[in-house]
Ligand binder design. Structure first.
Ligand code: FPP
Length: 263
């Protein structure tokens, strides 16, 4: 089946190649609807599908979704079980949508802590989509940034002990090799939903220079219009990476920014 053509919205400024999202507020959304909190997670799956498809169609290169943290294992057993069953079902049900949109799926985290059936569904979906050449969808599962750094450091220490690398070989960029997925460039834009101003142990090393956008909507309400609002906001950012404004690519003038009021 032919893949839909890329339709990138033009807000007249930069467009993020890598988008990372902290999907928050499922429980709050459910409570507001008078529903059990786990039903917020079920509704959240619709947002995952819509945002993944929209990003793929807009030409986002990588999308990283924080789906389950190492700390989330501390939640009541029934909620953890519900989330794991939802994950296993999602990984099977979404295969046609991922294939139709050319999406490659990859997971990052302590994946061996996932239940066997969820891990098997994950490995099979990764395998089925590995040749797709469109967007990379990364699911952070049993993920924690401190755990990622600890796992990387442990591997590095082992390699030093075996004489394969020297402590002096570690520099800012070589440290990247010890992260779960060193070849995916850092997120350009980090979105958090439900209005919370926290990073919650997500990609601590990789977001050093990411732009941050906080949406007031809970994750189940975060759909195409809310994604466009975040992208429009990002298009106005001037990224300096610690340098001066003139070092950064100049944003186009307001007159060349369709859909945006002059500032
Ligand atoms: C945070 O909401 C969300 C999570 C801990 C899990 C995210 C899961 C989904 C979006 C659905 C499943 C995803 C996949 C990929 C199958 P919360 O429960 O912390 O909300 P609250 O802060 O309002 O309680």
């Amino acid at each position: 089946m032919a893949r839909p053509t890329i339709e990138r919205p033009d807000f007249g400024g930069p467009f993020p190649e890598h988008l990372a999202i902290i999907m928050d507020g499922n429980g709050r959304w459910a409570r507001e609807q008078g529903l059990r909190r786990v039903l917020g997670h079920s509704e959240g799956v619709h947002s995952v599908r819509e945002i993944t498809t929209e990003c793929a169609r807009m030409g986002v290169k990588s999308l990283t979704l924080y789906a389950f943290s190492v700390e989330n294992f501390k939640r009541p057993k029934a909620e953890v079980g519900f989330l794991m069953r939802l994950l296993a079902k999602f990984l099977v049900d979404e295969r046609p949508t991922l294939m139709n949109n050319g999406v490659r799926l990859r997971a990052i985290g302590r994946l061996d802590e996932l239940p066997k059936n969820a891990l098997a569904a994950l490995r099979e979906t990764e395998r089925l989509t590995e040749r797709n050449d469109g967007m990379l969808l990364r699911l952070a599962l049993a993920y924690g940034a401190r755990a990622e750094l600890a796992d990387g450091l442990r591997r590095f220490a082992r390699e030093v002990a075996e004489g394969r690398v020297r402590a002096e070989d570690i520099h800012d960029e070589t440290l990247r090799d010890y992260l779960y997925d060193p070849h995916t460039p850092d997120p350009d834009l980090l979105i958090r939903t439900a209005g919370e101003l926290r990073i919650s142990n997500f990609l601590l090393w990789q977001i050093s220079y990411s732009e941050i956008y906080v949406a007031k909507e809970c994750w189940p309400q975060f759909r195409r219009p809310q994604l466009l609002a975040a992208l429009e906001d990002y298009a106005r950012r001037v990224r300096k990476f610690g340098g001066l404004v003139n070092d950064a690519p100049a944003p186009r003038s307001d007159s060349a920014r369709p859909g945006l009021p002059a500032r």
